[in-house]
Design a protein. Sequence first.
Length: 321
Amino acid sequence: MASRISLFVLLFIPLCSAADSFVKVVCDRSNVAQFGHQSMLMCVFDTTQNIPDLKITLVVWRKGTRGIKGIVPPVVVYDARNDPGELKILQEGYTFADTNFNNRNVSLLISNTKVEEEGEYSCEVTTDSGSGSATTRLKVTARYNYPTADKTLEKGRSNVDQTLVCNASGGYPEGQLRWFDNYKTDWTKSAKLTVTEDENGLFMLSSELPLLKGSTLPEYTCVVYNASGGKEGSISIPTEHTGASKANPATSTIIAPVVVIGSLIVGLLLAVIICKKRSQQQERRPSTLPLMGTRDDITPTAPYPYEPPPAYSVETRDNIA
Ligand SMILES: *[C@@H]1O[C@H](CO)[C@@H](O)[C@H](O)[C@H]1NC(C)=O
Ligand SMILES: *[C@@H]1O[C@H](CO)[C@@H](O)[C@H](O)[C@H]1NC(C)=O
Ligand SMILES: *[C@@H]1O[C@H](CO)[C@@H](O)[C@H](O)[C@H]1NC(C)=O
């Protein structure tokens, strides 16, 4: 029984309301606006029968289709129930594109499109011969600013020696940053993307790509993609070669003092060891002399006190003479 009633409701209510809505409002299904620019939600109305002197009594635009008790407050109203008609701007920045409604054009105009203006809108038109309404959607887009990139040298992280950073701000909706090397290999999986929103609701993308030690690729390119996958900008960043072939000033300024201090320490240690050994030998000598004395017999075989025989110099000189 209940299902029969609901079937009846489903079949006949739409038919009845279609017959009632003598006025039809037709809107562009979706409108794309650029952040910070003027945007228009296109709607016109028509009648199912030709009525030459149709009179508009009320046109109402609301942002959102639901609200408390299913009604949201209007943003702009044109009220012609009294003569002359009155334009009521209830939220700043909204007005009608054509306040004369020429060609039954009831389009809404937004002067400076912001991110929060994205969403569903509804337009209701009431005439002396009936009324109608329609909904439409506003999508906001903002192009990302030209990306910036930088690199930081890593000390302390065992396997990473530099990290590339790429930023792109001021875009909407949320986009993506991808990394490629000069062979077009995609390195995005190795990167970490951080997304933040600024005070206008625009997105700031920041991606960090850590590079492993010994990576020899000369440069990487950071590419900015918008929400629908369109390329919006790119920046290439050369990597830092930390190897011996091309020492950069940042590392050489660190390495130089390390080398100097290290060799000083080694030198000092050697000097200390040598001094100690010498003083030990000098201390030992008097006490060990009696012991060494027995060995003095064999000293002639030792090389030091032994005088080498004069070379053949005399002979050769004689020959020359
Ligand atoms: C409605 O009027 C505006 C302002 O004159 C115009 O730019 C727009 O193209 C019109 N829309 C239609 C559907 O005629
Ligand atoms: C990227 O953004 C972060 C966070 O705002 C900032 O600290 C960093 O300096 C920026 N780097 C570049 C290259 O713009
Ligand atoms: C993304 O970029 C493409 C190409 O530039 C453009 O056609 C498209 O409208 C953009 N989409 C968004 C959501 O910004």
